[in-house]
Design a protein around this ligand. Structure first.
Ligand code: UDP
Length: 198
């Protein structure tokens, strides 16, 4: 078994651990210490995009953690004889983080997806995780880089920010704006809002 902490696939360093260890050892401590952190959930689509776009590749490389989502990434790691321990699905990580935020009464910001999906996500969170403080929410079909808007998000001071703008925009948004924040776990969640909204 490959017990190295990272496995490199196409110049992207994937964390090589289990979902539970990733959360317990890396993410929950950072949340407790209010340490900023950028998580990229990388599937083969992201790898392909990174291969053809050097700037996007740098964006992915700027993340604190790249987690392997999708069986294609696991298969690639096996093929290279550096097998990753397990697939870490972004949707599951998001749900676990929401459960943790509920337990510890943390605040979350929900950025992205269509207007009605974004509204539904907030309703679902209020229903399933009533102790979460909703720092704010905004659908993803507007100018999310507008400085006044970004300043509003920064002021809401969330513990966690879930960004569902699709690739490459969600990772680019985090890379561009994370420096303005004092704290926060930032995670690109792709279509996970659509899943949570049902
Ligand atoms: N999305 C968005 N703004 C955009 C493009 C996409 O909010 O300009 C949202 C979309 O509604 C969906 C999520 O981003 O909820 C993921 O989109 P998609 O499935 O197209 O991206 P991928 O899964 O390829 O990352």
């Amino acid at each position: 078994m490959n017990l190295n902490n990272y496995v490199s696939i196409m110049d992207i360093e994937f964390i090589n651990t289990t979902k539970n260890n990733f959360l317990d050892q890396e993410i929950y401590p950072r949340l407790n210490q209010q340490e900023k952190c950028f998580i990229v959930t990388a599937n083969p689509e992201i790898l392909m995009k990174a291969r053809e776009d050097a700037v996007y590749k740098q964006t992915i490389q700027s993340a604190d953690f790249v987690i392997p989502d999708g069986i294609g990434v696991i298969m690639a790691s096996k093929y290279m004889n550096t097998p990753l321990q397990e697939r870490i699905p972004g949707t599951e990580v998001m749900m676990d983080l929401l459960a943790y935020a509920n337990e510890h009464r943390l605040s979350c910001y929900f950025l992205g997806a269509k207007d009605f999906v974004n509204e539904k996500v907030v309703l679902e969170v209020e229903k399933q995780f009533p102790n979460i403080e909703i720092a704010g929410n905004q659908h993803g079909y507007t100018d999310v880089d507008d400085p006044t808007f970004v300043e509003k998000v920064v002021k809401s001071n969330p513990d966690l920010i879930f960004v569902a703008l699709g690739l490459p925009r969600q990772e680019q948004w985090v890379e561009k704006h994370i420096d303005q924040f004092n704290k926060g776990i930032f995670m690109g969640v792709g279509g996970s809002f659509d899943v949570l909204a049902g």
